[in-house]
Write a new protein. Structure first.
Length: 227
């Protein structure tokens, strides 16, 4: 004969209720433990403050002494010297009484220190008697002088610079070479050397126009060739 358990005595049906009730109780206990606070002991805070040591920082200031005043240099005294001259100097009498009329003439001639005026020489390109150099044709004789006295600039030689510099100059009425300029440059070093050798030329025999020595203009090429 089987034993039957009554439904009221069967606790399996209330298992879920008990589980929920247990969770609620556990959660309440946890919340109460978090909310529970205790007042700090005032004696502990006082003891902690006593243990802290405060160091007094002492700031030392130094008093700067003012710089010594140096004595100002004494200004030398200027002695006033008065030359007393006797008042017995005779002065020539001048007649300031001068009558001026319509016939009075005044001389306002200006005095110039340079009384001699230098007339600029007229420049000729072709004259009856052309200038000569060393008694011969400048195209031959002056070219010989150039080749014998020309110094090739080192900086131009190092850089391999060569060419023909055309120089214009004039031979004045006294046979002197003047007004040398470069009309076709090649290089500053070569141009400078061309002007130097031309201006260092010895005197020429000046050219003549109608028997009078005149200033004649020349254009001369100077070749710089590397060897």
């Amino acid at each position: 004969m089987e034993r039957k358990k009554s439904k009221q005595a069967d606790l399996e049906n209330k298992k879920g209720v008990f589980l929920q009730l247990g969770l609620v109780v556990a959660l309440s206990v946890i919340l109460i433990s978090f909310e529970w606070t205790s007042k700090p002991d005032q004696d502990d805070d006082t003891e902690m403050v006593k243990q802290i040591e405060f160091e007094d920082e002492m700031i030392v200031t130094r008093r700067e002494e003012p710089p010594e005043e140096q004595p100002k240099p004494e200004t030398p005294k200027v002695a006033e010297v008065l030359d007393i001259v006797e008042d017995d100097v005779e002065i020539d009498d001048f007649d300031f009484d001068m009558e001026v009329d319509d016939d009075t003439e005044y001389d306002f001639t200006m005095v110039d220190d340079d009384e001699e005026e230098i007339d600029e020489e007229e420049i000729f390109y072709i004259v009856e008697d052309m200038p000569t150099f060393n008694g011969g044709d400048p195209a031959i004789e002056f070219r010989k002088y150039i080749s014998n006295n020309l110094d090739y600039p080192e900086i131009a030689a190092e850089n391999g610079i060569s060419g023909r510099v055309i120089v214009q100059f004039a031979v004045n009425s006294t046979g002197k070479v003047v007004d040398a300029v470069v009309v076709r440059p090649v290089d500053p070093a070569l141009d400078k050397e061309a002007i130097r050798v031309v201006m260092a030329s010895p005197p020429w025999t000046p050219g003549k126009q109608r028997g009078k020595a005149v200033k004649v203009l020349f254009t001369f090429p100077i070749n710089f060739v590397l060897q």
